[in-house]
Every structure is written in structure tokens, then in C-alpha cells.
Design a protein around this ligand. Structure first.
Ligand code: ZN
Length: 277
């Protein structure tokens, strides 16, 4: 199934990290002015106003708060590290509740001195540990599989199949998946696992940007949609075929774009959204 063309901005969400130089207040105002309808908030953007007031500012601009980024980083070599990670995830859940965000995206973590299997086991244990706390506060947790280039230190969850398997193991309506085209576009099982994800009720979020070739930095060189090699409309088609009706969230980390004027960059994102998502 191929996705029908996007004709309006009603499902466009932008992550505050995309326009990192802007404060939350400025980002909310500028997003609303550009016709964007949703906002995902990074935890560092909460510092100035605190989570409750940050939520009020977004809603006053007419923006729907889609998620809080991010929790996770569960694997550690010692108990002190694991305990600190669990505490930090509970704090993130409190922040999401105060902000009014229904979902926390999890960058699950990996530790270079642990095997990937051990890291994945600790991730499932960590999510299971904080899950009752999230459930009580009505906050969902979205496992975001990361590209395998991050398997050494950012996430031992690198395919959608692994994330779906974790959701199967955890069996909770409060645990699902954030599917990011940047991390998963290369996966030969992507269509099959996207359909499994949606039909199992796990598909909580959909993130878009593009993969620049050659990539100049492993973390901070994401491209605007249409400037890379990802067939985003095809993947969006699979996501919609899987029953997803949520926001298409733009998440771009780019030292290049952060160093320039954010207003024309945001307009470029909106134009690219209509053409290339
Ligand atoms: Zn993402």
C-alpha cells in the first residue's frame, strides 16, 4: 500500500530538539505560527519553565503535546547505576504527567562492557520495574529501536523485531514502540515488523527525518526529509497500513541547521513535509 499524499499539516509534529537554539516558549509560538499542530518536548527544554508551565505554554498556542523525550538508558554494570537509571525514569514519568504528555520515548541504553544480550535483558527488567509507576500516572512508554551504529553505548534495541519481542514479553497496553525512519529504513523486515507492531497495538509514535549520504557525524547530521536516501512515503504507507493514526513527528539533530537562523529552517521543514513525507 502506498500512502496518499499529505495535503495538510493536521498530523505534523516537531520535536523541540529539531530547533534546539529556541527556548520552549519561542518554539511553541513559532510552530503554531507555521501551522504545526503537535509538539514533542525534550527534557532539557523543560528547565526554564518547569514541566507544568511548559505544558500550559504549548496548549495556549493550540499545540497537542505528543510525547516527552526521553527516558531509558537502563543497562549498567553495577546496581548503583541501575538504581540511578530507574530513579531518573520515574522522574521523567513525573515530568510527563506534569507536562501533560501521554508518552515517553525510551532510548533504551547499552553498555560497552556488557553483551548486547545482557543489555537487552536489563532493558526489559528496567521497563518492567518502572511500568507500574507509569501505568498509575497514565503515561505510556515507547521503546525506540536505534540504528545499529549506536549499539555500543546508546541502545541494544536495534531492530523493530527486537522491540516487538520486548512488547510481547512485557504484555502491557502501556508499553509500545516509537518507529523512527532514520533508525530503521535499512531493515529488510521493516514492512512485516511494522504490520506486526500496529496489529499488536504497539505502534505509539512515528518519527521522520532523512539519512544524508555520506553522513558526516553519527549523531548530529540528520537531514531534512527529501535530502537523503530514505523512502519516507513508502514507510509512512506501511505505518498507516498497520493502523497508525497519530502524528508524523519531525526529529532532526543537526549542528549545521542549529548554527543558522531557525525560522527559514522551520519553513523548509514544513515545505519538505508536504513534498517528501
Ligand atoms: Zn526518534
Amino acid at each position: 500500500m502506498s500512502a496518499s499524499a499529505i495535503t495538510d499539516l493536521s498530523r505534523l509534529c516537531v520535536h523541540t530538539a529539531t530547533t534546539k537554539p529556541w527556548s520552549l516558549s519561542i518554539a511553541a509560538r513559532e510552530y503554531a505560527r507555521a501551522g504545526i499542530k503537535g509538539i514533542t518536548v525534550w527534557r532539557d527544554a523543560l528547565a526554564a519553565l518547569g514541566p507544568k508551565e511548559s505544558g500550559n505554554v504549548c496548549r495556549a498556542e493550540g499545540l497537542e503535546i505528543v510525547s516527552l523525550c526521553r527516558g531509558g538508558f537502563f543497562p549498567h554494570v553495577d546496581q548503583a547505576g541501575k538504581t540511578a537509571a530507574l530513579d531518573d525514569n520515574r522522574r521523567a514519568i513525573d515530568e510527563a504527567a506534569a507536562l501533560g504528555a501521554p508518552l515517553i520515548v525510551l532510548v533504551c541504553g547499552a553498555h560497552p562492557s556488557l553483551s548486547l544480550e545482557t543489555s537487552r535483558k536489563q532493558i526489559v527488567e528496567g521497563i518492567a520495574e518502572v511500568l507500574p509507576y507509569a501505568h498509575e500516572r497514565g503515561i505510556k512508554l515507547g521503546i525506540e529501536p536505534l540504528h545499529p551504529m549506536y549499539a555500543g553505548d546508546r541502545s541494544a534495541v536495534n531492530t523493530l523485531r527486537q522491540a516487538n519481542d520486548m512488547c510481547d514479553a512485557l504484555k502491557s497496553p502501556y508499553v509500545g514502540v516509537a518507529l523512527d525512519v532514520y533508525h530503521l529504513w535499512w531493515d529488510p523486515e521493516l514492512r512485516e515488523q511494522t504490520l506486526r507492531c500496529g496489529k499488536s497495538g504497539y505502534l505509539f509514535a512515528f518519527h521522520v527525518c532523512d539519512w544524508r549520504t555520506p553522513t558526516r557525524d553519527l549523531l548530529l547530521d540528520r537531514a531534512i526529509m527529501g535530502d537523503g536516501c530514505i523512502n519516507i512515503p513508502e514507510i509512512r504507507g506501511w505505518v498507516e497500513e498497520a493502523g497508525f493514526k497519530g502524528f508524523n513527528e519531525v526529529e532532526i539533530f543537526s549542528t549545521e541547521y542549529w548554527s543558522g537562523d531557525q525560522s527559514p529552517y522551520l519553513q523548509k521543514i514544513v515545505d519538505a513535509y508536504r513534498k517528501h513525507v
